[in-house]
Design a protein around this ligand. Sequence first.
Ligand code: ZN
Length: 312
Amino acid sequence: MDENSRSAMERRLRVSFVFVGCAFIAAANAHAQSAAENGLLGSSFGASISYAPASSGPGGIIKASLNKGGSVRRVALRFLGKEYTLGKPEDGLEPFALLGIDLDVKPGLLSLDAVFETDGGEKEEIRKEVPIHPKQFPVKRISVSKAFSEPPPHVRERIQKEAELLREVYGRTTPRWLGEGSFMKPHPASLVPSFGERRVYGGNSPLSIHQGVDLAVPKGDPIRSSNSGRVVWAAETYLSGNTAVIDHGLGLFTVYCHMSRLMVRTGDTVKKGDTLGYCGSTGRSTGPHLHWGARLGESRVDPTLLLGLSLD
Ligand SMILES: [Zn+2]
């Protein structure tokens, strides 16, 4: 990057840092209001789908639930190009689905389509529009060693390879729900609401998006699985250090980074509250803390929203 474009970027960063404060509060208020609302897709067959919240924003999670009734056997939902099927456990289906809205989704109206199907094979399609509110994210500069702000070519290759492997992990959906009840914080420490923050690690590094939240966990404290599931990644990763990824089913994964030591292996089954490892500062980290993230397929979603999901 040349000097002109660098100073232009710095100006943009300074400007954005000033105005995002108010926008952030406004977005948070809009979210709090929308969270109380429920949306409904009602069929003439008797069953319906309720979904909450009825409006959302980038990084949001919508829970859609089937209210059984009449002769409806299954419901196919379509949202943001993805398909979800809700139905009866005896048909190998779950009565709810979790819909993810990636950080990059633009504000506007998104279509949520439901196709209700009866035992006799009759179908009815209902559509609702889901408003997606704009959200501004602050920009933050973080100093890390050159090994992380300007990694040499062989390290860049490793970073790319690990990103590809993780994409494959997030692409494999378990069709059944593996969680048990509501989600818990992986540690009681205070949580820094920094999801979606734009970060600059050193002068020449590109903007990086913070895909989770940070918890001020003391070094060496146990990090617990926020719900039951299966370990689909337990390995030392260049940027996120010792990392565990838990598959909770239905496309939902939680991610735990920078641990000093991992206590689980890929393929293990974990219960909610099980120790995954111990807090550390491995990978691109400025000190001991837990980075906690969540994915719904390829959508990067805010893990703190999991704590408010009613799953009992
Ligand atoms: Zn983090």
